[in-house]
Design a protein around this ligand. Sequence first.
Ligand SMILES: [Zn+2]
Length: 222
Amino acid sequence: MVYFEKSQPAPPSLLLEKNKKSGTYRTAEVIARLDKDFYSKCYICGQKNPTTINIEHFMPHRGDRDLMFDWNNLFYACGHCNNVKLAQKEFDEILNCTLKSDQVDRAIAYQFNPFPKEKPHFEVLIPSQKATHAKELLDRVFNGEPTSLKALEGANLRDLLLKSIKEFQELLIDYYKYGKDATFLLKIKQHLNNSIEFTAFKRYIIRHNETLKNEFEHYIID
Ligand SMILES: [Zn+2]
């Protein structure tokens, strides 16, 4: 997870719909704004342009209209992550990626060894109950329960992660190989700053290697 800034104020259609008896929070305006604010990425797994997109209520509304139509409570998530999050009540309380103070990419270690059949490993770095829950959610999303359908979805997600980390790795290799070429630097910066998928894993790689940290950490912008 990485920080996403929610644009303000709330889309006007949201309030209009809230005042209707059978109004919906799924307006074209809300969908477009979420897509833009979250860079078309699921805020939990970091996948870009997922085939199934859900408007997630960060705090489940359970019929409460204020929570249902609260712009700050609406997040962009893929169907897989939304389902995993909904399945367990403790996941109601996780780090909030729209709050800078929650430091979502620093509070958890996003470790992944980029080889086939490897599974990502998550660890809490800045202890809190919200971080522990977020770590457990990420573990469930990527590594799933064996033999469940969710585990198959997790395996598909890991394939996407592997492909993306491999691409990032090659950019880093080429950057040094071709004398710190500006074209590669531009692409590396994109991978670290939200426009491309799985940003948190890439930031973790940079922050936990002394040379890479000195070279690239200052390009990480929240
Ligand atoms: Zn997801």
